[in-house]
Write a protein that binds this ligand. Sequence first.
Ligand code: FUB
Length: 338
Amino acid sequence: MPEEPIDHIDFEDLNKRAISSPLVNHIYTADPSAHVFEGRIYVYPSHDIEAGIPFDDLGSHFAMEDYHVLSMDTPEGKATDHGVALHVKDVPWAKRQMWAPDAACKEGTYYLYFPAKKADNIFQIGVATSKSPSGPFIAEAEPIQGSYSIDPAVFEDEGKYYMYFGGIWGGQLQSYRNNTYSEANEEPLPNEVALGPRVALLSNDMKQFAEPVREIVINDEHGKPLLAGDNERRFFEASWMHKYNGKYYFSYSTGDTHLICYAVGDSPYGPFTYRGVILNPVVGWTSHHSIMEFQGTWYLFYHDSSLSKGVTHLRSVKATPLTHMPDGSIQTIDPYRA
Ligand code: FUB
């Protein structure tokens, strides 16, 4: 993930034009996964730090070591930082890079899902549990069997829990075909079908996959799968799922074109049809979000690098209302006013 040139940005002006402010400014936070638990909003973000690791296209400078949980009464309310919820040193299998997490609740237990690199530098996804939505969380000794890549997002539908995941480039998804890793595997050519995000039903105990991982298909308006060279629409990372009016909305980041897009389908497994852009580019290379309903209003949680004046790996989590239009489309959000 390359650093973008930032010397042309007037941050004082940009912050005046920003449609929302960071939820917290005493730490850097990113990749917000927002949920309503016990009547309160809980946000599970990455905790960005300056680890002094040089930039590269694999995102090695995203060298996060722990997670903090934030909570608030309302999306506009003051956020409480509940402190360290899980540290990499307390995860037996993980060595580095605690990237975008998510959380779920089942029968009074809270599950924190997170990707991290193992000693062999390969990402897997782990789970940790707590009796409180704010943690602290206790990690399982091993990662989820059959998991790979990054950015888990867990979605509950009719009593079943599905995990969506995957990310190309630094997220390593391009190394997998049919759920098997090989360094020889590469991103498809521009005229070939793009790699799809992955999904698997979770087991009853929420700690394993209950079925083989499936690849999700995202089609264009003609029912043809999006191509790898369609950088403005193809999946890159940051899966999220929400349900609206009986339809399944799969949203994601396009990575190198910096958009949050969405695609709509009739099943949690897809296929999904591309529908448009939810969030235009933010300051910073990455874009990552979640979508949540609170007291009848829908919200987009997202991040940008405005607080750090454009440092791509020092981001801040924000929230803004999101509008579903009568035709089922989502109104595109500009993170900064003109
Ligand atoms: O925060 C590290 C990585 O950056 C996330 O896993 C990606 O989604 C991107 O936001």
